[in-house]
Design a protein around this ligand. Sequence first.
Ligand code: AHM
Ligand code: MG
Length: 336
Amino acid sequence: MARRISLTQYLVEQQREHGHIPAELRLLIEVVARACKTIAISVNKGALGEVLGSAHTENVQGEVQKKLDIISNEVLIEANEWGGHLAAMASEEMDSIHVVPNRYPQGEYLLLFDPLDGSSNIDVNVSIGTIFSVLRKVGHHRGVSEQDFLQAGRAQAAAGYCVYGPQTMLVLTVGEGVAMFTLDREMGSWVLTADQVQLPAETKEFAVNMSNMRHWAPPVKRYIDECLAGKEGPRGKDFNMRWVASMVADVHRILTRGGVFIYPWDKREPDKPGKLRLLYEANPMSFLIEQAGGMATNGSQRILDIVPTKLHERVSVMLGSKNEVERVTDYHREQA
Ligand code: AHM
Ligand code: MG
């Protein structure tokens, strides 16, 4: 039987080989992974655990929260508070940062997360996930504030997601490629099932919410129109479309077989750069995609180079197979 490599073993071996996973970061990743197992149990119980439906509250972005959004947020906070590895946390579901309480030692890391991404899919039993991003607190100042979180995505020490689908999988990068772990439910352990994941530069599959087409800017419309024109059009090949409406599930498919994911700016809310959040969604996913040989931009700029100006900043997102993201980004440049 093939040797099973656990998450712990993977992290220890990465530290030996590359020396960039100090014990605190390893603890942090293991605690997040453990929290994801707890969230997976609630997700799997569904109606039996009385966790479905709305919590009848709104988050800072004015979105109605589901019970599982709140449960997942609490699980992540409770799991990460006491270990001494973190200075503070920020979440899509909290107005402001959560500083580690005084009763616990403060560490050097900052954890950011979307506790349960794909909220609209919770009640219909479609894949959802947890997305996380890890930054280091820079400088030696005492205390921690929102300002400490406003770092460009290229500064991430680690990032990943857990997808709650037919299989529960943890996908992780610590800056040396992308590794995928599958949860062995009987053993309760994460087992390495793919390492050094690479996505193809070419693809024939795109993911976008087509119902917004009439609101898009011309470069996005041009790119999708050309894909839709198929063999007879300028691209000379037929394209396939997929849209799960859970970014985690769409990105997981792209990491597995290639593709391009687009959630662009659109005219519905012209003052917002996009729907997705830079710090909790776009940055961690862009780090993973780049580590797998793909590309991620907002149409004009590499996502990982954007310096955030606020915690809940939104961004236009185009990520996935390199040649396709390059093309749609070029269309934006030609139009500028
Ligand atoms: P959420 O974090 O509130 O779940 O919103 C983010 C989700 C993404 O997972 C997904 O790509 C997108 O929203 C789907 O949006 P839409 O319903 O507009 O297609
Ligand atoms: Mg989300």
